[in-house]
Design a protein around this ligand. Structure first.
Ligand code: GLA
Length: 525
């Protein structure tokens, strides 16, 4: 078992129809070329705590608090005004104007103040005729509005999806604003807020610096977890300059301290923009210490080639991982259940090379320990433990196979009852002396479509992928990306998709024994 895991290759299959020609590699879409958000943006937005009840002093006081609380020192930069900042109508020349009561000195004065604190100012509009709260929005006025914001010193635009669209498609409406911002006189980060609609995962990276993947978050654990469940389908769309946005933070807004920590850990691991949504002026010491946890923020700001994703699930516990640029792996052990549970994984399962020992940094306790391989913690209900695990630099030895407990608690073996989703995977293997081919078919056996999917499996020991069909492949990482199937598209009830690969094998010529679709186990036919 140890040997199998040590030599195993995790292969990721992702539907992608960008190139409908077999045999050609898919060129990854480039990020929007404005040089911004090379790491996920950090900041604050007024909407989650204040809705339309905003004004000049709230924004200035928040900028003050961002500096005085240590948030700015921890990396937070953007102070973002959301909906309801303007007059209900444009001025006689057709320009947007600030609400004269809420912002009596205008937005430029606020921008000057925020810039004086070393911070940046964000504003909000919508790719329709009105914003979600009914204020004038930018469809048809994209260049005019981009120029207005630039002249005020705006640094960030959150661009919503409300209001009449005059029949213009989502991708076109957002591309028009992207191009208008590019022609404006200052760099403006472009945050798309279209709630995951119009298959934004296929065009978000070439259009904006970030894009919302779901509807609005609320200050409830159930909201955090339901948004979380939508994220595996987006994992492959992000890259430097272009981030999936699971929505702003609710840390300190009605979640318990434990829930807030789990929420912050997961959003960091997902490379989400970390946009605080609480009142920074009055936050508790505990909320502040969560938001300024620089160990966790460092995971968010690191790019090791892909964002974090769900590795495995077992009942109400889950393991989420993210590769880090230095070869270490960030790990979140999540307990979604109603009572304390032990959540466990291992260094080999999270993708680390075999070693006789590993270093484990606990990002909430801020301590560093060692383990022989087990990564395990007793996690409270609705809580998460978060670690960065790295090889300790020792040579692997075949005889050092007994894992020692992690520093952080118990080490029972993980429960084996899988979360099953309505899907079936079958694999046909054709093997010869040193090679094999494998055809994998995924069938949706549930009543609803599977929207956006990725398939992960572990190859038996000794196999290395050398080619694929309906797929591009990466022999080193074992990652396979499907390419003639609809891009992260849906699999209709009873429909199937097929992908294949060829591999060399030095050991077993069998196929993978288990598959996980969007992080949950699939029945193997
Ligand atoms: C939408 C967005 C929210 C917020 C409101 C403002 O619901 O998704 O984040 O901006 O509009 O009206």
């Amino acid at each position: 078992m140890r040997r199998l895991l040590r030599w195993s290759v995790a292969a990721v299959l992702v539907a992608s129809g960008a190139v409908p020609i077999l045999g050609l590699a898919v060129e990854p879409a480039q990020a929007v070329e404005n040089g911004l958000a090379r790491t996920p943006q950090l900041g604050w937005n007024d909407w989650n705590s204040f809705g339309c009840n905003i004004n000049d002093s709230l924004v200035r006081q928040t900028a003050d608090a961002m500096v005085s609380t240590g948030m700015a020192a921890a990396g937070y930069q953007y102070v973002n005004i959301d909906d309801c900042w303007s007059d209900k109508s444009r001025d006689g020349a057709g320009n947007l104007v600030a609400d004269r009561v809420k912002f009596p000195s205008g937005i430029k004065a606020v921008a000057d103040y925020v810039h004086g604190k070393g911070l940046k100012l964000g504003i909000y509009s919508s790719a329709g005729l009105t914003t979600c709260a009914g204020y004038p929005a930018s469809l048809g006025n994209e260049q005019r509005d981009a120029n207005t914001w630039a002249s005020w010193g705006i640094d960030y635009l959150k661009y919503d999806n409300c209001g009449q669209t005059n029949g213009i498609s989502g991708p076109t409406r957002y591309a028009t604003m992207r191009d208008a911002l590019a022609r404006a006189s200052r760099p403006i980060l472009f945050a798309i807020c279209n709630w995951g609609s119009d298959d934004v995962r296929s065009w978000g990276a070439t259009t904006g610096n970030s894009w919302r993947t779901t509807g609005d978050i609320g200050p409830r654990w159930s909201s955090v977890t339901s948004i979380l469940d939508a994220q595996p389908g987006y994992a492959d769309a992000s890259r430097p300059g272009a981030w999936n946005d699971p929505d702003m933070l609710e840390v300190g807004n009605g979640l318990t301290e434990t829930e807030s920590r789990a929420h912050f850990s997961l959003w960091a691991l997902l490379n989400a923009p970390l946009i605080a949504g609480n009142d920074l002026r009055t936050m508790s010491a505990s909320t502040r210490s969560i938001l300024t946890n620089t160990d966790v923020i460092a995971v968010n700001q690191d790019w090791g080639g892909r964002q974090g994703n769900r590795l495995s699930g077992s009942g109400s516990t889950e393991v989420w991982t993210k590769p880090m640029a230095d070869g270490s792996v960030a790990v979140v052990l999540l307990n979604r259940g109603a009572s304390t549970a032990t959540v466990s994984t291992s260094a080999s399962a999270v993708g680390l090379k075999a070693a006789s020992g590993y270093s484990v940094r606990d990002l909430w306790a801020h301590t560093t320990g060692t383990t022989g391989g087990t990564i395990s913690s007793s996690v409270p209900s609705h809580g998460a433990a978060m670690y960065v695990v790295s090889g300790a630099g020792t040579s692997p030895s075949p005889s050092t196979t007994s894992p020692s407990p992690s520093p952080s608690t118990t080490s029972p073996s993980p429960s084996t009852s899988p979360v099953t989703r309505p899907c079936r995977v079958s694999a046909v293997v054709n093997a010869w002396n040193t090679g094999l081919t494998e055809q994998i078919t995924v069938t949706n056996t549930g009543p609803g479509a599977i929207e956006g999917w990725s398939l992960v499996f572990v190859l038996p020991g000794g196999q290395t992928i050398t080619g694929g069909w309906n797929a591009t492949y990466s022999p080193g990482s074992g990652q396979v990306t499907a390419k003639n199937l609809s891009y992260n598209g849906s699999i209709a009830p009873n429909a199937s998709v097929s992908i294949g690969f060829q591999a060399t094998h030095a050991g077993s010529a069998g196929g993978p024994a288990s598959f996980s679709l969007n992080g949950s186990n699939c029945t193997v036919a």
